[in-house]
Design a protein around this ligand. Structure first.
Ligand SMILES: [Zn+2]
Length: 435
C-alpha cells in the first residue's frame, strides 16, 4: 500500500527535530521519503494535513500489558491493595472466563491500543498465547505474546520442565511470517524458581529473543523474596545470572540503590508502569528508582499494565506520568523531557524488540502514528502538546505500511461489532462472578 501523509509536523530522525509542512511517503511497508514531496509518488491513500494540524510520530509501543484482562476493565475497586487486588479480584476472573473470552479480550485490547496510536505491544503473560496471537493478527497491530510461566505458587503453575517446553514451543511462532511474534517469559514475583529463571533466559538467548519478568512489584514481593531466597529480588536475579542485555524487567517499584546499580551494570532494560504503581499506592515515588535508572542510562520503556491497573491502554498517557514522576523525585525537570519520553515509547522498545522502526526515517519500518493537535501553533511545542496537551487525538495508526486505524475506522473489523460482542461477554462474566 502507498500512503502519503501531507503537510504535517513530523518528528524527523532525531527526537528533537520537528519538520513543518512535511510530507511522509510510505510504500511496501517502509518509509520511503520524509520532508519534500516525492516526484511521481502516486498514493492510494492520502492523509491530508492541509487545514488541520497533524503530527506524525514514530510508531508507539506499549511494552507491558495483559490483553487477557481487558474484558474486566474498570471492575477492581481502586481502593484494592496490591495483594488482595490480585488474589481476590484478578485470579477469580481468570477462573471465570473461557477461551473465546480470552480471544475477544485481546481483540478489544488491540482496538483500544490502535485507536490511541499504539502500533506495537508486548504482553508478558498470556494464558492462551496462541489465541492471543490470533486476535492480535486479526486486528492488524504488531505484537508480542508470551506464555504465563510459573512453577511455584499455585494458580497456573506447571512443573519446571513443562514451563520450558511450552516456552520453546511458543517461540516457534517467530519462524513464521507475520507481525505477531513471541518472547520468552517468566511471571517472576516469587512464582518462579531460580532454575526456571535460568532455563528460560538460556532459551531466549538460544532463540535470539528477549526474556521478560515482573519484579519487585511491591513491598510484599520483596519480603517474600527475602524469605524464600535470603536476597532481595534484583540481588537474587543478579546472583543467578538472569540480568542481561536481553532481559526486560517490569515494575521495579521497590528497589535499593544497589539493586538499581545491578540493573544498570548488566544492561538490563526496564518497563515502568506508573499508573499501576501509583493507583495501588505501592510507594513507587519513594521506593522506586526510576530517576536513578534514567541517569544511569538504563533503557526505559513504558507500559499500561492490566486494564484495571491503568483503566486505559493509552501508553502516551502512561509515558507522561512516568516522566512527571522522574522529574519530581529527582527535582530535575531536564531528566525526562518530551523528547526523552518519546524515545521510551518508540526507538527504545523498537530496538529492544529487534524491529528497525521507532524513527521517522527513510528505509525504516512504516509503523507510524498520526495525531491531530488542537492548537499546533508552534513547531517547538508540538511534542509538549502531544504529552501534556488538552486533547491528544490519534487519527491514524499505520502498522507495517498498512492503515490499521484511520479516523474512527479499523481496517480489519468494525468497532461496534467488537464492542457489542465484548459487552455481552462482560455481562456473562459479571453473572458468573456474582459481582
Ligand atoms: Zn504485568
Amino acid at each position: 500500500m502507498r500512503i502519503l501523509i501531507k503537510e504535517a509536523y513530523a518528528v524527523f530522525q532525531e527526537r528533537t527535530k520537528i519538520l513543518q509542512n512535511a510530507d511522509v511517503a510510505i510504500e511496501h511497508g517502509k518509509i520511503v521519503s520524509v520532508g519534500e514531496s516525492l516526484d511521481g509518488f502516486n498514493p492510494e491513500v492520502t492523509i491530508d494535513g492541509r487545514g488541520r494540524k497533524l503530527l506524525v510520530v514514530p510508531g508507539i509501543m506499549n511494552s507491558h500489558i495483559h490483553t487477557d484482562e481487558t474484558l474486566y476493565m474498570n471492575v477492581i475497586p481502586d481502593s484494592a491493595k496490591h495483594i488482595p487486588w490480585f488474589r481476590d479480584w484478578t485470579l477469580p476472573y481468570y477462573h471465570a472466563i473461557n477461551r473465546e473470552d480470552l480471544y475477544w479480550s485481546t481483540l478489544l485490547s488491540c482496538m483500544l491500543m490502535l485507536e490511541s496510536g499504539t502500533t506495537c505491544y508486548s504482553d508478558s503473560a498470556n494464558v492462551e498465547p496462541y489465541l492471543a496471537a490470533d486476535a492480535a493478527t486479526k486486528s492488524g497491530i504488531r505484537g508480542f505474546v508470551a506464555k504465563w510461566t510459573s512453577d511455584i505458587g499455585g494458580d497456573f503453575s506447571m512443573p519446571t520442565d513443562d514451563c520450558i517446553r511450552e516456552n520453546e514451543e511458543l517461540l516457534k511462532i517467530n519462524r513464521r511470517k507475520g507481525r505477531v511474534k513471541a518472547i520468552a517469559s517468566v511471571i517472576g514475583i516469587n512464582r518462579t524458581s531460580n532454575s526456571l529463571y535460568t532455563a528460560i533466559k538460556e532459551l531466549a538467548l538460544k532463540n535470539n529473543t528477549i526474556v521478560t519478568s515482573h519484579e519487585a512489584s511491591g513491598v510484599e514481593d520483596v519480603k517474600l523474596c527475602l524469605k524464600r531466597t535470603g536476597k532481595r529480588p534484583i540481588e537474587n536475579l543478579y546472583s543467578i545470572g538472569f540480568l542481561s542485555e536481553r532481559t526486560l524487567i517490569s515494575h521495579l517499584t521497590v528497589i535499593t540503590e544497589r539493586e538499581a546499580s545491578l540493573v544498570s551494570k548488566t544492561g538490563t532494560a526496564v518497563v515502568t508502569c506508573p499508573t499501576a504503581e501509583l493507583k495501588k499506592g505501592k510507594g513507587f515515588t519513594r521506593q522506586g528508582k526510576l530517576h536513578r535508572l534514567i541517569k544511569d542510562g538504563v533503557r526505559i520503556c513504558v507500559g499500561t499494565d492490566t486494564s484495571n491497573s491503568s483503566n486505559h491502554l493509552n501508553v502516551v498517557r502512561a509515558g507522561t506520568l512516568a516522566s512527571l514522576i522522574a522529574k519530581d523525585v529527582s527535582q530535575d525537570p531536564g531528566i525526562a523531557d518530551v523528547g526523552t519520553v518519546l524515545s521510551w515509547l518508540t526507538e527504545t522498545p523498537y530496538s529492544i524488540f529487534g524491529i528497525k522502526g521507532g524513527k521517522i526515517r527513510r528505509g525504516y519500518v512504516a509503523d507510524v502514528s498520526v495525531f491531530e493537535l488542537e492548537l499546533g501553533f508552534y513547531s517547538k511545542g508540538v511534542l509538549q502538546e502531544l504529552f501534556y496537551g488538552n486533547n491528544q487525538k490519534c487519527i491514524a495508526t499505520i502498522v507495517d505500511g498498512e492503515l490499521a486505524y484511520c479516523e474512527g475506522k479499523f481496517k480489519k473489523f468494525k468497532r461496534e461489532d467488537v464492542l457489542q460482542e465484548c459487552a455481552s461477554r462482560a455481562e456473562r462474566i459479571h453473572r458468573r462472578l456474582s459481582l
